[in-house]
Design a protein. Structure first.
Length: 134
């Protein structure tokens, strides 16, 4: 599943990359205005995505996410260790920690996923499997 954000998101337009008969919902981006953060908006959006997967009988929901706090630890540990520590709850990452709390699991770390100085250009692919099909 190695790809870049531009490839999977069709440079943000999701035209050529969309497959209506596919078995996976791929989440491109979720962004909440700062003044509405902490109000449960992002959590509701993730719940809606999971409900969509179940309702439509899809296998899973997959997303790529940033790891914006990695730059604070990049000098002291490799990205694999950083992600492992975030998953274990030993390090808090603004994006990945939230996504893990929504029930998604890390599938893969992808270098050069997107141009993002804070994440050192890494992306993390996360997945939520439809519990009705497991």
């Amino acid at each position: 599943m190695v790809h870049t954000w531009e490839e999977v998101a069709d440079n943000g337009f999701i035209k050529k990359s969309h497959q209506p008969d596919g078995d996976t919902l791929y989440g491109i981006d979720v962004c909440v205005r700062p003044k509405f953060r902490g109000e449960g908006v992002a959590k509701a959006l993730y719940e809606a995505r999971k409900e969509y997967v179940v309702h439509h009988g899809l296998k899973r929901f997959v997303a790529g996410c940033r790891i914006p706090n990695f730059h604070e630890h990049a000098q002291s540990m490799p990205v694999d260790d950083y992600v492992e520590k975030v998953v274990a709850g030993e390090i808090e990452d603004l994006v990945l920690s939230f996504i893990i709390k929504q029930g998604l699991r890390v599938k893969q770390i992808i270098p050069n996923y997107l141009e993002d100085e804070e994440s050192h250009d890494y992306g993390v692919i996360v997945e939520w499997k439809n519990p009705n099909l497991s």
